[in-house]
Design a protein around this ligand. Sequence first.
Ligand code: NAD
Length: 333
Amino acid sequence: MKKVLVTGAGGFIGHHLVRYLKDRDYWVRGVDMKHSEYEPSLADEFVLLDLRRIDHCLEATRGVQEVYALAADMGGMGFISSHHAQILRDNSLINIHTLESARQNGVERYLYCSSACVYPEYRQTAAEVAPLREEDAYPAQPQDAYGWEKLITERLCTHYREDYGLETRIVRFHNIFGPLGTWQGGREKAPAAICRKLAAAKLSGNHEIEIWGDGEQTRSFCYIDDCVIGIHKLMRSDYRAPLNLGQDRLITINQLVDMAAAIAGIRIVKRHVEGPQGVRGRNSDNTRLRQVLGWEPQISLEEGLARTYRWIEAQVRNADAPMRAHPGLAGAV
Ligand code: NAD
């Protein structure tokens, strides 16, 4: 039985990944600063640690053969665009210390979760954007500190492999969404924020919702079940360079809102307000993903969004009355 560590196991992707690995007979240690919020973790051992500290990283990586490094101080555009110093400091500490501890403890394989946020701003200025190939990351000009840190850690992983022989894998996620992810509080991402606002609109009867910007900014979105399959396939592969993991279906935020409103079964009025929007357009080029893994994400946006909406509507129903009464409460869209 292979022993693996999942860092960030109390977060959205980490929680789902632990379940996926347990279904495949791994022994899993989950590490995070907090427990999973919405259901208990299936990890064999769950340890609360602060991975900014090297002593905690040494404890986390002891006795495991593989590490899935997901821990990060992160959130949606609202958070990422307003916490540059904190994000760069915390995530640099987490990743330098986790990687070095893995080396010292003789870990064999290490998968690092990077992001589409590494891609340069100058390639993402139009809504009808060309899909981003892995090599497009250079010359580098990520929009935010979050993306710069991801890029540096990608390079650190590469150098640890070259200099110390630690087998590293690097995955660049493109907007992962699904149930059991943050849906309120300021760190939620666009799909969750849209579902929350629609659920609150439906339950309150006030069908006007706020959208940040004109809603014509574009993205692609990948459902969580596909994400964990892709992570595992990459870890098992012999591919060592960074690899996109996402869908390549481009959609505007306005279209995403309309799709979710149809799922919710309500007609809505969109009010476009000032707010951080990130880059104007972003899409994944999946050519290399198909070549390397012989696979790409399968679950349609409609299906994934329906599952996500149902879960978030249930959360909103159980939430406090003020949340239900004010659908426009702050949140990232
Ligand atoms: P998340 O915020 O739900 O999970 C991250 C977890 O890391 C949280 O539970 C948090 O408590 C934990 N963490 C933060 N600081 C820590 C510390 N000092 N010590 C221990 N744990 C700490 O985020 P997620 O969506 O599950 O993302 C997982 C990884 O994937 C992150 O590295 C993120 O940057 C990356 N990523 C996610 C997306 C996405 O769309 N969700 C896109 C690109 C990249």
